[in-house]
Write a protein that binds this ligand. Structure first.
Ligand SMILES: C[S@@+](CC[C@H](N)C(=O)[O-])C[C@H]1O[C@@H](n2cnc3c(N)ncnc32)[C@H](O)[C@@H]1O
Length: 290
């Protein structure tokens, strides 16, 4: 069935109509809408593809703390929580999704509902099955609760956010305040101005790197040479390439550029999959596994 927005096409501008036509023609959007996991976003397929093709870093049984930055509406968090053995949607969420699906046929989530800053799914756990570890989902937008995922609605570029994320990691049975995997799918709204958009992407990459240098577990502490993984979205540009050379290449055993098939060809986005974190001297996160 066509989404309500499409059925109400008369009130849309021609560019919105074109966007909707492209959107619902997209095989990954179709896959999302029919997939039994009810992924909240098309982006979920990017993470599944990256994980399947490259080292299956999310499947390692020693992964017990994952930070998902730019998590809304929650597709990546769903994928990770699934790998950690968390299953199901909270009953309240299923109701919200069913209602929203009827209402807008789009994301399937009520993003305007009141925010749950320190969301703990335990109270809604009647449809979930228990997994191991925790996913911490951070976004400026609300991420509706799901089993195994703790949500924080905050701007990651604000200085007070990183300490809040660290506090959640510590509170969730990781007293060292460190995560095994850090994912960032954060992207500022594109303006079309190349200089502006490049600067936004650089700002995000710097903020994520600042957090990673202090809070990603090292390969040494995990005991695996490929342990300690950062997946970082960025926009392709020579300045971003420089960022990679200065901050990522020296501090990880492997850094791989990935443009998933599921990423739209017209988009300048790409991902760096960085594995085997060596630790950074002077951040309190030293150590290497040579
Ligand atoms: C492509 S979407 C992420 C999709 C998500 N990975 C999923 O699978 O559902 C990018 C997200 O980054 C978020 N974002 C952008 N800048 C941010 C910031 N400074 N702090 C927090 N979130 C941010 C946006 O709100 C948006 O939800």
């Amino acid at each position: 069935m066509l989404p309500t927005a499409t059925r109400a096409g008369k009130s849309l501008t021609s560019s919105s109509k074109k966007w909707l036509a492209r959107h619902f023609d997209d095989p990954y959007v179709r896959q999302r809408l029919s997939h039994p996991a009810q992924y909240r976003s098309r982006s979920a397929f990017k993470l599944l593809e990256i994980n399947d093709r490259h080292r299956r870093f999310l499947r390692a049984p020693d992964v017990r703390a994952v930070v998902d930055l730019g998590a809304a509406p929650g597709g990546w968090s769903q994928v990770v929580a699934g790998f950690m053995g968390w299953q199901g949607e909270t009953r309240a969420n299923v109701r919200t999704m069913q209602r929203s699906k009827q209402d807008d046929g789009h994301w399937g989530l009520d993003l305007d509902a009141p925010s749950q800053h320190w969301g703990d799914s335990a109270g809604d756990a009647d449809v979930e099955t228990g997994g191991r570890g925790v996913v911490i989902a951070v976004d400026r937008l609300r991420v509706a609760p799901m089993p195994g995922v703790h949500t924080l609605q905050a701007d990651f570029l604000a200085p007070e956010t990183a300490p809040m994320v660290e506090a959640i990691i510590r509170a969730k049975a990781n007293p060292d305040g460190k995560a095994d995997v850090i994912l960032s799918d954060m992207a500022a709204n594109a303006t079309g101005n190349r200089i502006h958009d490049t600067q936004d992407s650089l700002d995000i990459c710097h903020a994520v790197w600042g957090f990673t240098s202090k809070h990603l577990r090292t390969a040494t502490s995990i005991g695996r040479k490929s342990g300690g993984v950062l997946l970082l979205k960025h926009f392709e540009h020579p300045e971003l390439q420089q960022f990679r050379e200065i901050y990522l290449n020296p501090n990880f055993h492997h850094v791989l550029y990935i443009k998933p098939d599921s990423s739209r060809a017209a988009s300048r986005e790409g991902y760096w999959l960085c594995s085997g974190f060596k630790g950074v001297i002077g951040t309190g996160n030293e150590g290497s596994l040579e």
